[in-house]
Ligand binder design. Structure first.
Ligand code: FA5
Length: 350
C-alpha cells in the first residue's frame, strides 16, 4: 500500500462496494457514519486536500464534492431497497392463508326456562297483559300480611319461607310472585292486566317436581264485572296455545287466603298419559298453577273498592310448565348446568 491518500475514484469504488454489502438498517447506519460522517473516509479525504499541490486542490475538491452527492443518492437508494426487502420478508413471514376455513365459536343459547317464560309471556301479551317485575327480596308485609295471611296464620306454613334476619321488619326471599298483586294495585288505578315473571324461593325438600328455587308467572286482571269464567277462559286458552288442543286441563277447588273462591289447574301427565307415574306422584295430573278471584280484603287494602271492582289472579310454575312441554321428568335438571341437557334447547339465540 502506498502512503498517499486514496483518490476520489478509489474512495468511490470502496464506498459503493461496502454499501452494496449493507443489508439492514444497522449496517446502513454504520456505513453512513464511516463514509459520510464527520470522521468518515470522505471527510478525511476532504481534509487531506490541503496537503496536495496547490494546482490540484480545486479539481480534487470538486471531485470529492461530486462524490459526496453521488454517495448520498446511492445511500438513499440502498436504504429504500433494504426497507423494501425487509417488508417483502415480513409479508412472506406473516402470510395469512385466507382460504383456511374459520374456526366456529361456541354459541350460547337461552336456558329452557327462559325460553318457556318468554313464550308464556308472549301468549299473555297477545291476550292483552302487560309484563311487570318485582323484588325477589320482599317484605313479609307484601309476601303475607297484605295477602290476607296475618302473622301466626297457619296458611303461612304452606309457603315454606326463607326469612332474612333483618331486625325489625320481616323480610323474605319471596316464596311466590303474589306480592306483586298488591304492589301493582297500589301503584295504578283499575283496570289492571299484568303478568309478573320471576324467581321464588322456598325452604322445601327437593324431588322430581319440587326445587328450593323456581320460577313463577303471576297473573292479575281487575276491572268491573270480571268473573271466574274469564279466568277459566284465559287459562284454558293459554294451555291450548302452549300444549295444543290434545292435552287435558283440570280445574279443582283449592285454598289460598288471598282468593275466594280458589282453584288450581292441572294438566294430564304427559309421561304416563294420565295413568300414574313417579313424576305425577301416581295421580295422573301435574298441577301447574293456583288461582282464584282476588279476595275483597286484598282489593280493599290495595285501594280498590270491592263493591265496584272484581278480579282474578293466578300463580303459575314455569319449571313445571317447561317439564310438561318438553317431557323433562326431573325439575333438578334445570339447575345442574349439565351442557348435554342444556344443548338440547340451543335452537333459540339470545
Ligand atoms: C302459590 O304460590 C300462589 N301464590 C299461587 C296463586 C296466585 C294462587 C294467585 C291464587 C292466586 P303454590 O304454592 O301452589 O301457590 O304455587 C304455584 C305454582 O308454583 C305451583 O302450581 C307450581 O307450579 C309452582 N311451584 C310451587 N312450589 C314449587 C316448587 N317447590 N318447585 C317448583 N315449582 C313450584
Amino acid at each position: 500500500m502506498s502512503g498517499s491518500p486514496p483518490t476520489a475514484s478509489e474512495l468511490r469504488s470502496q464506498a459503493l462496494d461496502a454499501l452494496g454489502q449493507a443489508s439492514n438498517q444497522d449496517e446502513l447506519s454504520d456505513w453512513h457514519r464511516d463514509v459520510l460522517g464527520r470522521q468518515g473516509s470522505l471527510g478525511q479525504a476532504l481534509r487531506n486536500i490541503g496537503q496536495l499541490p496547490k494546482e490540484e486542490r480545486r479539481d480534487a475538491g470538486q471531485a470529492l464534492n461530486q462524490l459526496r452527492q453521488e454517495l448520498e443518492t446511492a445511500f438513499n437508494d440502498r436504504q429504500d431497497q433494504v426497507r423494501a426487502d425487509a417488508l417483502d420478508a415480513r409479508l412472506v413471514d406473516e402470510r395469512i392463508d385466507v382460504t383456511l376455513p374459520g374456526r366456529t365459536q361456541p354459541m350460547g343459547g337461552l336456558h329452557p326456562l327462559t325460553q318457556m317464560q318468554r313464550e308464556a309471556l308472549d301468549v299473555f301479551a297477545h291476550l292483552g297483559f302487560q309484563t311487570v317485575e318485582g323484588p325477589e327480596v320482599e317484605y313479609g308485609y307484601y309476601s303475607f300480611d297484605m295477602l290476607n295471611i296475618p302473622k301466626d296464620h297457619p296458611a303461612r306454613d304452606v309457603w315454606d319461607t326463607i326469612f332474612i334476619d333483618s331486625g325489625e321488619k320481616e323480610i323474605t326471599l319471596r316464596p311466590h310472585t303474589s306480592p306483586m298483586q298488591v304492589r301493582t294495585m297500589l301503584a295504578q288505578d283499575p283496570p289492571v292486566r299484568v303478568v309478573v315473571p320471576g324467581r321464588c324461593y322456598r325452604y322445601e325438600a327437593q324431588d322430581a317436581t319440587h326445587e328450593w328455587h323456581f320460577q313463577q308467572i303471576e297473573g292479575l286482571a281487575v276491572d268491573k264485572h270480571i268473573t271466574l269464567a274469564d279466568l277459566k277462559g284465559t287459562l284454558a286458552e293459554f294451555a291450548r296455545q302452549i300444549f295444543g288442543a290434545a292435552r287435558q286441563v283440570r280445574f279443582r277447588c283449592d285454598y289460598f287466603p288471598f282468593v275466594e273462591p280458589g282453584v288450581d289447574l292441572s294438566i294430564d301427565c304427559p309421561f304416563c298419559d294420565g295413568s300414574g307415574c313417579r313424576v305425577c306422584s301416581n295421580s295422573g295430573w301435574i298441577e301447574i298453577l293456583g288461582a282464584g278471584m282476588v279476595h275483597p280484603n286484598v282489593l280493599e287494602w290495595s285501594g280498590y273498592d270491592p263493591e265496584i271492582y272484581s278480579g282474578w289472579a293466578f300463580g303459575m310454575g314455569i319449571d313445571r310448565l317447561t317439564m310438561l312441554r318438553y317431557g323433562i321428568n326431573d325439575i333438578r335438571s334445570f339447575y345442574q348446568n349439565d351442557l348435554r341437557f342444556l344443548r338440547q334447547f340451543q335452537r333459540a339465540r339470545i
